[in-house]
Design a protein around this ligand. Structure first.
Ligand code: GCB
Length: 615
C-alpha cells in the first residue's frame, strides 16, 4: 500500500535507489526467521565504502571500486580489496553501537553491518520480505551485492520485498547505517537525548503466501449517538489483482464477518458487537482477532475501547478519566543503551505501574513495538510521539515529507493497540506561522489515518508581560489539538519552587489540560535541604508544590512529569552530578527510586482521580 507520504518521498527524490516500503502490520505474528544476532561491522567515518576519492557516490557508478563495502572477496591474491567483513569485529543486533563498544560511545557517522544467512522457503510461502524494526537514522540496504533501497528516520519500521532474490545458502545482507545529525532532518541537530546509532531493533526475514493481509485496522467505530457498538474493520491486501474475500473473526465474542476487497485490495466492514468487554486500565481485556484471506492468516490480540474529549473532560469508554502519567525515554539504564526488547518494556512499564500510573508518554520519538503491546497487556494508556522536537526546518517541504512519513509509519504500526490513545505530533516548538502550518498538516495526516484517537503536541507556555506570576497558554496550534498539553518548569528553569505557590493560569481553550512535562534534576543519593539544587529534597519539594499548583486548575485532567528514569544526554556535562545524564528521573540510572517517586505515587493513589472532572 503506497501512502501519499510515501509517494511524496519518492517524488522528492528522498531515496537513492528504491525507497523502503511501509512495513506490514503485526510482523511478530508472521512466519519468519530472525536475523538478530552478531553482525560483522566496519566503522566508516569518511564513508569510504560509499564514495570514491573524488567524493562521487559509488551507488551511481556502474563499476564500483573495491571501496564499495558489499561483502566482496578478492578473486585472487593480486586483487586489491581493502576491507574484510569476516575479519572485522561484531556488534549485536538489535542494539545501538554506542553502548556496545566504548570506542563508539560518542560516534556519529556510518557503520556498515553485514550478516549471512541461508534460506529455504517455509511450506506454502511464496514471498519474502526483509523487515527492520528500526535503524537510526538512515539505512541503505544491499542484498547479495545489489541495492534494495534506503530508509530515512530512526524509529519506525520498514521493509523490502526480496522474493526471487534469495539463494539457498550464503545470502549476504549489508546495511549502511548512518546516524549523522542534519539541520533539515527529523529530529534536527539539537536534542536532549543520546543519538544512539545502529540497527537498534529486530531484523526479520518474513515469509508470506502470494496474497497477504498487508495491513488492517480492527477497532471500535467512533461513537454515534444512540448507535449500537460496532467494530470497524479495514483491510488492505497485497498481491490480489481481483476482488478477494477476507474473513475477520473474534471467536471469544462469537463475531465473524466476511468482506470482499475492491480491485485495489482494500475492503472495509462494520460488525455489530454488543457483548465485547471494554479494554481499560482496570480490566485490560484483549481478544484474539483472526484475519484470513486465501492462504494467508494473521492472528492479533486486540482491546476495544473508546477515547474521546467532551468539553474539558477526557472520556474513556464514556467515563471521565484522569491521566496519571509519566514520561519515559526508550533506554534501559541497567543494561545501558536503547531499549528494544519485551523484557525492557516490562522493566520500564513495570516501574510506571509501581508509580500508580494509568498513562505513559513515550517521548520523544516512536518507541519499539513491544512497548505498545506490553502496555496493552498491563492496562497502560499511551501517548506516542514523533521526533518533531524544538526547532525543525518548518519551510522545507522535504522535512515535512519526512515528518509525515515517520508519523504515518508509527500510526500504521500501532493503530490496533488499545493502549495508544494520543498521537502527539511535536514537542516544544516555537510559535510561528510556518510552524503552525507544518504541525496542522501532521494533525490532518493523523486524523486521516486514524479517526479513533486523540491528537496533541507538547506545547509551551508564556509569561504575562504585565504579571510575572501569571502564565498563559494560548498557542494558536492549540485550536487543532484535542488536549491542551504543555511543558512547564516553574521552580527549576524558572525561579525557585516557592514560586509555584503563587502562579495563576489562563487558558485560551476550553479543553482538557494535560501537563506533559514538569520536573527537576536530582542525583539519586544526594541529600540537602529543599533549596539545594540537584538534591533529592529539592526534587521532592518541587513535586509537592507543582501538584498543589496543578490541583488548583479546574480543567486539569492529567500529567506526564519529566521523567521516569535518568537518561543519557550530551547536553548534561556537570561533573559528579550529571556526568552526561539528565537527572530528572524519579528513578536513578542504578534503578533506585528517589524521594519524589513516592510523592507522585501517593498523589496518584490517593488524590488524582478527584481531578477527572466527573460532576
Ligand atoms: C524539555 C524537553 C525535554 C528535556 C527537558 C529537560 O522541555 O522537552 O526533552 O529533556 O525539558 O530536562 O530540560
Amino acid at each position: 500500500m503506497k501512502t501519499n507520504a510515501f509517494r511524496a518521498l519518492v517524488a522528492l527524490g528522498f531515496a537513492s535507489g528504491a525507497c523502503a516500503a511501509p512495513a506490514m502490520q503485526n510482523v511478530y505474528a508472521r512466519t519468519g526467521i530472525t536475523l538478530d544476532g552478531k553482525w560483522h561491522v566496519i566503522v566508516d567515518p569518511y564513508e569510504n565504502g560509499a564514495y570514491n576519492y573524488r567524493r562521487e557516490p559509488l551507488d551511481a557508478s556502474p563499476n564500483p571500486s573495491s571501496g564499495y563495502f558489499l561483502d566482496r572477496r578478492a578473486a585472487d591474491r593480486t586483487e586489491l580489496v581493502e576491507y574484510d567483513f569476516d575479519a572485522s569485529p561484531t556488534l549485536m543486533v538489535p542494539g545501538d553501537w554506542n553502548s556496545q563498544q566504548e570506542k563508539l560511545f560518542w560516534y556519529e557517522g556510518t557503520v556498515w553491518y553485514r550478516t549471512r544467512f541461508d534460506h529455504s522457503p517455509a511450506p506454502g510461502m511464496q514471498r519474502q520480505f526483509l523487515h527492520f524494526g528500526a535503524a537510526n537514522y538512515q539505512a541503505d540496504v544491499y542484498l547479495n551485492g545489489a541495492k534494495l533501497g534506503r530508509h530515512v528516520g530512526g524509529f519506525t519500521p520498514f521493509e523490502f520485498e526480496v522474493t526471487g532474490k534469495l539463494k539457498p545458502t550464503g545470502n549476504s545482507l549489508v546495511v549502511k547505517v548512518d546516524n549523522t545529525r542534519h539541520a533539515d532532518a527529523v529530529p534536527t541537530v539539537n536534542t536532549d537525548w543520546w543519538n544512539y546509532g545502529g540497527l537498534t531493533r529486530d531484523v526479520t526475514l518474513v515469509e508470506t503466501p502470494r496474497i497477504l493481509v498487508r495491513d488492517y485496522q480492527v477497532q471500535l467505530a467512533p461513537a454515534r449517538a444512540a448507535a449500537a457498538t460496532r467494530v470497524a474493520v479495514s483491510v488492505q491486501l497485497d498481491g490480489a489483482s481481483a476482488p478477494t474475500p477476507v474473513t475477520v473473526e473474534i471467536p471469544e465474542a462469537g463475531l465473524r464477518a466476511t468482506l470482499t476487497t475492491d480491485a485495489a485490495g482494500s475492503g472495509r466492514t462494520e460488525i455489530p458487537a454488543r457483548n465485547l468487554s471494554a479494554w481499560s486500565p482496570q480490566q485490560p481485556k484483549l481478544y484474539e482477532v483472526r484475519i484470513s484471506s486465501g492462504q494467508d492468516r494473521v492472528v492479533d490480540r486486540v482491546g476495544f475501547r473508546r477515547i474521546e474529549v467532551r468539553g474539558d473532560q477526557v472520556l474513556l469508554n464514556g467515563r471521565p478519566v484522569f491521566l496519571r502519567g509519566i514520561s519515559l525515554h526508550e533506554e534501559n539504564p541497567l543494561r545501558g543503551g536503547r531499549a528494544y526488547s519485551e523484557e525492557d518494556a516490562r522493566l520500564l512499564l513495570g516501574w510506571a505501574k509501581e508509580l500508580g500510573c494509568n498513562f505513559v508518554r513515550l517521548a520523544h520519538y516512536p518507541h519499539n513495538e513491544h512497548m505498545a503491546r506490553v502496555a496493552d497487556e498491563l492496562g497502560l494508556m499511551l501517548w506516542e510521539e514523533t521526533p518533531v522536537y524544538w526547532t525543525i526546518a518548518w519551510t522545507n517541504p522535504d522535512t515535512l515529507a519526512n515528518a509525515t512519513n515517520q508519523l504515518t509509519e508509527l500510526i500504521t504500526r500501532d493503530r490496533n493497540r488499545a493502549s495508544v490513545i494520543v498521537w502527539s505530533v511535536a514537542n516544544e516548538t516555537p510559535v510561528s506561522e510556518p510552524r503552525t502550518r507544518f504541525l496542522r498538516s501532521l494533525v490532518d495526516t493523523a486524523r486521516r489515518l486514524d479517526a479513533t484517537r486523540l491528537v496533541s503536541a507538547a506545547m509551551e507556555v508564556h509569561v504575562d508581560p504585565a504579571d510575572n506570576d501569571h502564565r498563559i497558554v494560548d498557542d494558536p496550534f492549540g485550536a487543532y489539538t484535542d488536549l491542551l498539553s504543555f511543558n512547564q518548569y516553574i521552580g527549576w528553569y524558572d525561579g525557585l519552587p516557592q514560586k509555584l505557590d503563587r502562579i495563576r493560569w489562563t487558558f485560551a481553550y476550553d479543553k482538557p489540560v494535560m501537563i506533559s512535562e514538569f520536573g527537576a534534576d536530582a542525583l539519586q543519593g544526594m541529600h540537602g535541604d529543599a533549596l539545594t539544587r540537584f538534591s533529592e529534597e529539592y526534587q521532592e519539594d518541587l513535586y509537592r508544590r507543582t501538584l498543589g499548583m496543578l490541583s488548583r486548575i479546574p480543567q486539569w485532567r492529567g500529567t506526564t512529569p519529566w521523567i521516569l528514569v535518568d537518561f543519557r544526554s550530551p547536553r548534561r556535562p556537570l561533573p559528579v552530578i550529571q556526568d552526561g545524564w539528565n537527572r530528572k528521573g524519579l528513578i536513578g540510572e542504578n534503578g533506585v527510586k528517589k524521594k519524589a517517586f513516592y510523592v507522585l505515587r501517593d498523589f496518584y493513589l490517593r488524590d488524582a482521580d478527584a481531578h477527572s472532572g466527573s460532576r
